[in-house]
Design a protein around this ligand. Structure first.
Ligand code: SF4
Length: 304
């Protein structure tokens, strides 16, 4: 067993992937969400995760997301009440498919008023035009009426990222698409590939001392989508975090040593000459290693 690690920055956020199911099937989705996906948390699992979070002691925020968490409204709203009772701040990430009219949006959100500290709504071209009805805007109006803090998450089109990965062309208020999950398969060909050797770091996640991690319906604790550092239905969260040794993890270790390119080198993987971005190479390398590291590169839902 590795020595006890004392992080300088404790884990403060747990993001619950309440379900892998989604009413949409967006090209940029990290987690391959869609109508035919399977895997949804029971309320019992949510309660278990909340108890684990309390025991760890450092968690401040619990997020409910997916897939689309509103598809399982009863479980989500009961989980939110339990999280609030336990003293956590609560957030939701959703696509606002339910905000078809102002009246409908108010009805959906009323039970959550006073319980939700952040409602993040996906609002971009990936999430459907809704035949001219602006669902995110309707949801935002309803949230504001109910004093629920609300914001939009908008992801730019792939072409907005130039060949150097600079963000200069990305419209204000949007963030760049990253090519992992479905985006790696569906969108990566729309940008100019760059030489694989230059992807020598993970630019997005703090892999050594994460401030937030995702937990899915099967208990997998994802340090990035599809990279598990343990299963909290099998081991206590506090034990997983105490024993987490980033350098010894078969995927995180090489990522820290030299980014996605180092995964390719360390395991002698076949590769193309160029990739769209760091995540594209990382995701493709991980796909090639799933049989070798089935506990770490899981579940199937994260790999299409
Ligand atoms: S490089 Fe890999 S670990 Fe880092 S954010 Fe991209 S997919 Fe995740």
């Amino acid at each position: 067993m590795s020595a006890t690690r004392i992080p300088s920055k404790p884990l403060s956020g747990l993001h619950l992937l309440l379900t892998y199911e989604c009413n949409y099937e967006c090209d940029h989705c990290f987690v391959w969400g869609g109508p035919s996906q399977t895997g949804t948390m029971t309320l019992e699992t949510v309660e278990h995760i909340l108890a684990q979070a309390r025991e760890l002691g450092s968690i401040e925020w619990i997020y409910f997301e997916g897939g689309e968490a509103f598809l399982y409204f009863e479980t989500m709203s009961a989980g939110i009440r339990r999280a609030k009772e336990a003293g956590f701040k609560v957030g939701i990430v959703c696509n606002s498919y339910w905000a078809t009219t102002d009246t409908a949006a108010l009805e959906w959100l009323k039970p959550l008023a006073g319980l939700v500290d952040d409602l993040s709504i996906s609002s971009d071209d990936y999430h459907g035009s809704n035949e001219g009805v602006n669902y995110p805007e309707i949801a935002r109006r309803a949230a504001q009426q109910l004093d629920i803090p609300v914001d939009f998450i908008s992801v730019a089109e792939p072409e907005a990222v130039d060949a150097e990965g600079a963000t200069g062309q990305i419209p204000a208020g949007e963030s760049a698409v990253v090519f992992r999950g479905r985006a790696a398969d569906v969108l990566a060909s729309r940008v100019e590939a760059r030489p694989w050797e230059q992807f020598n770091e993970c630019p997005w996640e703090d892999l050594r001392e994460p401030e937030r991690v995702h937990v899915d319906p099967f208990g997998n604790l994802h340090i990035c989508q599809g990279i598990s550092i343990g299963n909290l239905l099998e081991r206590p969260l506090a034990d997983i975090m105490r024993d987490y040794d980033a350098d010894a993890h078969p995927i995180v270790g090489p990522l820290l040593a030299g980014g996605p390119a180092e995964i390719v080198r360390r395991y002698g993987l076949a590769h193309d000459e160029g990739y769209a971005d760091h995540c594209h190479l990382c995701y493709k390398a991980r796909c090639a290693l799933r049989e070798r590291f089935p506990d770490e590169l899981t579940p199937d839902q994260m790999y299409g």
